[in-house]
Write a protein that binds this ligand. Structure first.
Ligand code: BT5
Length: 258
């Protein structure tokens, strides 16, 4: 049973974007923990208004959290991190695939992007709210590579022959959805209980980014170096060739080597 997250689930066949629908509903007042799921998104988006392809067969959902009571504002950067860990655990539990988190907001299987996460903040009636959007490729077609992105994959593609049993795709989506919501509930409770170190440590152990050479693009610069660690705000610590360590809170990350 979900105590908070998924107590109310609003389902649609098609919407523009589950994040946008949830934002509109939240302005009118909506219980934290409410989830919006849609079979298709016609205007799914990633960060910086990039397009997120969301045809039928994938899992496209958004969750509303009350950021005033549940998290401290400066811990907002931890939300995509904990959501990534929730997705990794759900994938392992339901289909037994080994997924990893990539800084800041992706989940990869064998280096390919299977899931993207979009954390957004909003205010409604003086309340600070957080919205977590999760897009997981399950049984939808994916392009070999999307513009500005690394190679992508889907759960069914990674399952190979195991997935060819008829009907498996639809059942997997339901099971993944409920596993993701219960894993999120666990981690949201950790956040609410101030267990920030536990969230950071879990992310570190599930990370595909730490220890790799990375190229980071921020609004203003490009930084290349070794991904050393994350700090308590969720920023990535990148060590440049000259030993200087840069702290990056927002940016795109490319893995360029071991
Ligand atoms: C993300 O952005 O990865 C966050 C994606 C969040 C999507 C969910 S779905 C439910 C909710 N409602 C929404 O409207 N959004 C959320 P970013 O890191 O900016 O990556 C976006 C890039 O990923 C695009 O520019 C493409 O290159 C690539 N891309 C687009 N669709 C993809 C897909 N289905 N699978 C893998 N990569 C994709």
């Amino acid at each position: 049973m979900h105590k908070l997250i998924g107590r109310k689930i609003i389902r649609h066949d098609s919407v523009t974007s589950t994040n946008e629908v949830l934002k509109e509903l939240a302005i009118e007042g909506l219980e934290p923990g409410t989830v919006v799921v849609s079979a298709v998104q016609t205007k799914g988006h990633g960060r910086m208004e990039r397009t997120w392809e969301s045809p039928e067969g994938g899992l496209w959902l958004s969750v509303l959290l009350d950021a005033t009571s549940e998290i401290e504002l400066d811990k907002f950067g931890l939300i995509p991190l904990m959501a990534g860990c929730a997705v990794v655990c759900a994938i392992s539990r339901i289909v037994g695939l080994d997924a990893r988190v990539k800084w800041p907001n992706d989940v990869l299987i064998k280096g390919r992007k299977v899931c993207g996460i979009l954390g957004e903040m909003m205010k409604a009636e003086e309340k600070q709210l957080a919205i977590i959007g999760i897009g997981l490729n399950v049984n939808n077609p994916v392009q070999e590579g999307y513009e500005f992105s690394q190679a992508s994959t889907s759960i069914v593609e990674e399952m190979g022959d195991r997935a060819s049993i008829e009907g498996l795709g639809a059942a997997i989506i339901d099971d993944l959805e409920s596993a993701i919501l219960s894993e999120l509930e666990l981690r949201n409770n950790m956040l609410a209980g101030g267990k920030f170190d536990d969230i950071l440590n879990e992310w570190r152990t599930r990370s595909d980014t730490l220890g790799k050479r990375v190229k980071i693009r921020t609004q203003t610069e490009e930084i290349e170096g070794l991904a050393r660690d994350i700090d308590e705000s969720g920023s990535l610590l990148v060590e440049r060739g000259d030993g200087r360590v840069e702290k990056v809170l927002v940016g795109d990350c490319e893995h360029v080597g071991e």
